[in-house]
Design a protein around this ligand. Structure first.
Ligand code: 13P
Length: 260
């Protein structure tokens, strides 16, 4: 059975004070709800500069910490880059790769995502690879073709799909309030699992698939009720402690239902 996973992508938000306040609230709930977190993994991905602070604050908790990106290179003259190994040494568990904002604003190609994935796996980080189509691509009926190409581009030559997490984040749903319907999300998740099965049928059944795009407490229960939605990659709602906690709680309820 796949364990639920809820990851907060804080994007370029936060200050030392807000990180302390947000994690303070989440950690209070974490201590109070040991049984919930046993069924669901939770993680937060702050900016690079807030990673050490978040890791210190979360040290005694079940909340893991991840980065939003990493370099595809191991070290060297790459101004502004951060190596996967550095993140692992710091204590990060997760790394988000190929987010659509990286693809859009930093021209990240599938080849670059593949190289970052290899670097992350080599460093022992657990990668969350993001895929998703734009509104124009969906309207043109190309959503599956686009997602299949992104998966193939990033995963070709990779082994150990079971440890991989794939996040389906339709670009039109990110930060827009336009969540994919549970059916749209489930359809794409089924398709993604099929693509993964073409690479490795056994591991594909164990790969966790997250949905991301305007996830909030109010819409998450229906998404988590879908059999191939194993959790969520949450943007805006992850910056509000009660919202993010409610999403973790909903994942725990769904995990219990799925196991019955
Ligand atoms: P929102 O939840 O703000 O739509 O962002 C989703 C996202 O991009 C998470 O990586």
């Amino acid at each position: 059975m796949r364990q639920g996973l809820v990851v907060g992508n804080w994007k370029m938000h936060g200050s030392r004070a807000s990180v302390e306040a947000l994690l303070g609230s989440l950690l209070d709930a974490d201590v109070a709800q040991g049984a919930v977190v046993a069924r669901v993994e939770a993680a937060v991905c702050p900016t690079y500069v807030h990673l050490a602070q978040a890791l210190d604050l979360c040290a005694e908790s079940s909340i893991a910490v991840g980065a939003q990106d990493c370099s595809h290179m191991q070290s060297g003259a790459y101004t502004g880059e951060v190596a996967a190994e550095m993140l692992a040494e710091l204590g990060c568990h997760w790394v988000i790769l190929g987010h659509s904002e990286r693809r859009q604003y930093h021209a990240e190609s599938d080849d670059l995502v593949a190289a970052k994935l290899a670097a992350a796996v080599e460093a022992g980080l657990q990668p969350i690879v993001c895929v998703g189509e734009t509104r124009e691509q969906r309207e043109a009926g190309e959503a599956q073709v686009v997602v299949a190409a992104q998966l193939q581009g990033a995963l070709t030559g990779q082994v150990g799909l079971a440890a991989l997490v794939v996040a389906y984040e339709p670009v039109w749903a990110i930060g827009t309030g336009l969540t994919a319907t549970p059916e749209q999300a489930q359809d794409m998740h089924t398709f993604i699992r099929g693509c993964l099965a073409d690479i490795d049928a056994v591991d594909a059944a164990a790969t966790r698939l997250l949905y991301g795009g305007s996830v909030k407490a109010a819409n998450v229960a229906q998404l988590f009720a879908q059999p191939d939605i194993d959790g969520a990659l949450v943007g805006g709602a992850a910056l509000v402690a009660e919202e993010f906690q409610a999403i973790i709680d909903a994942a725990a309820v769904a995990a219990e239902c799925h196991s019955e």
